[in-house]
Design a protein around this ligand. Structure first.
Ligand code: NAD
Ligand code: MG
Length: 388
């Protein structure tokens, strides 16, 4: 174990991944020092975390949030604001956990990698939207991109010797497992009556609202196909989705000789979080330990592409490349927010994403300015199609 503690910045500290990361850090105070946190709306929670861990910096969204939070914090804690604030916090620690929800996490991803930090990435949306830009900053000396997303963390573990597939000509394909979500087995007719309550009832994972809805449409798995492609440098044609309802096998890598390696554990996000914090060491808390003394059923089946068209949309966005994945993810954020606000039906979510993609104009995405323009354009088209 390293003699000095690693400093950690946890951005998105009040959400589902944030709270589980804090749980790991509480068990590992002699290894890690939490120095910076950030969050969206939950200011009293942020203040409580700042006091408990004695953090030096807190990031908030706006000047208004800063003035409210200032009254809740000890005066020696520095408050930073907005995207610039997130970017500076992403440069403030040895390990940066990006647990922000959605495209808002972009400054964290780019900031941490450009500063040569270890980025423990839960925020898949930033990587998917900015893949060509992330590829550039990933070459910064010291920069390291480790996936917290359980499927990608499983693949990382299966590829242990070299996480870049360029070093693995013997890998035939990646098999991404999916729980199938709450609507596995539902017919297209039944899906027309799907309610918000149904969609928020995930069978195996407890997560934030946006990703829970994404899991119900299988858009989460579509986003994860794009995420795998960007992380491991693999063409999406070599990434296949397999439905595995028990969420025990977190993903698999198939080699050219037919051998398949898998990573198994109970579904507990603290395991991938601890893996990304501790690498090359493994932390000693057995978060995902399985009990083999009782019968364990592991089943696998193909996804129902007709009932869940989000998967095909994601593969198509990957083939088009450029800014198409950014459009897909932005349109999906708008549609899911509208669904959570009771403005549209469940079936409308993916329909809105599909109709937004019809307006995409090819763009190679070679600057940050063009990424923001594309994100903005996709959101405008998605909002316009909400009204129809
Ligand atoms: P969540 O909604 O529970 O939490 C999101 C966090 O982001 C909150 O702390 C919120 O305050 C913060 N946030 C939002 N906007 C912000 C802004 N502009 N500035 C600073 N902070 C902001 O979401 P979650 O479920 O924890 O998911 C976070 C990310 O991790 C998502 O990208 C999700 O896809 C990914 N992920 C989550 C899980 C899971 O189990 N929850 C698993 C895999 C991947
Ligand atoms: Mg996942």
């Amino acid at each position: 174990m390293s003699p000095s503690r690693r400093s950690v910045a946890l951005l998105g500290a009040t959400g589902s991944i944030g709270v589980q990361t804090l749980d790991v850090l509480r068990q590992e105070r002699e290894r890690f020092e939490l120095v910076a946190i950030a969050g969206g709306e939950q200011l009293s929670e942020l203040a409580a975390i700042a006091a408990e861990f004695n953090v030096k910096y807190v990031g908030v969204k706006s000047e208004h949030h800063r003035s409210v939070l200032a009254d809740l914090l000890s005066p020696d804690v520095a408050i930073v604001v907005g995207d610039e604030g997130l970017m500076s916090l992403a440069q403030s620690a040895d390990v940066v956990v990006n647990a922000v929800m959605g495209f808002a996490g972009l400054p964290v991803t780019l900031g941490a990698l450009a500063a040569g930090k270890r980025l423990a990435l839960a925020n898949k949306e930033s990587l998917i939207a900015a893949a060509p830009l992330v590829a550039m900053v990933r070459n910064t000396p010291g920069a390291e991109l480790l996936p917290i997303d359980s499927e990608h963390c499983a693949i990382h573990q299966c590829l242990a010797s070299s996480p870049d597939l360029a070093g693995h000509p013997d890998v035939k394909r990646i098999l991404l497992t999916a729980s199938g979500g709450p609507f596995r087995g539902w017919s297209a007719d039944q899906l027309k009556g799907a309610t918000k309550e149904d969609a928020l009832r995930h069978p195996t994972w407890s997560m934030g609202p946006k990703i829970t809805i994404d899991s119900s449409t299988l858009m989460n798995k579509g986003l994860e196909v794009l995420e795998a492609s960007a992380l491991f440098g693999i063409d999406v044609e070599r990434v296949e989705v397999v439905v595995h309802p028990q969420s025990i096998v977190h993903s698999m890598v198939e080699y050219v000789d037919g051998s398949v390696l898998a990573q198994l554990s109970r579904p507990d996000m603290r395991l991938p979080i601890a893996y990304c914090l501790g690498l090359p060491e493994r932390l000693t808390h057995p978060y995902g330990q399985l009990d083999f003394s009782t019968a364990l059923d592991l089943t696998f089946e193909p996804p129902d592409d007709a009932a869940f068209p989000a998967l095909a949309l994601a593969y198509e966005a990957a083939r088009v490349a450029g800014a198409a994945p950014a459009w897909l993810s932005a349109a999906n954020e708008v549609a899911v927010a509208a669904f959570l606000a009771d403005e549209i039906q469940w079936c409308d979510i993916v329909a809105i994403v599909a109709s937004t993609m019809d307006h995409y104009v090819a763009d190679p995405l070679n600057s940050l300015a063009s990424l923001y323009e594309n994100d903005d354009a996709a959101r405008r088209w998605a909002r316009a199609s909400l009204k129809k």
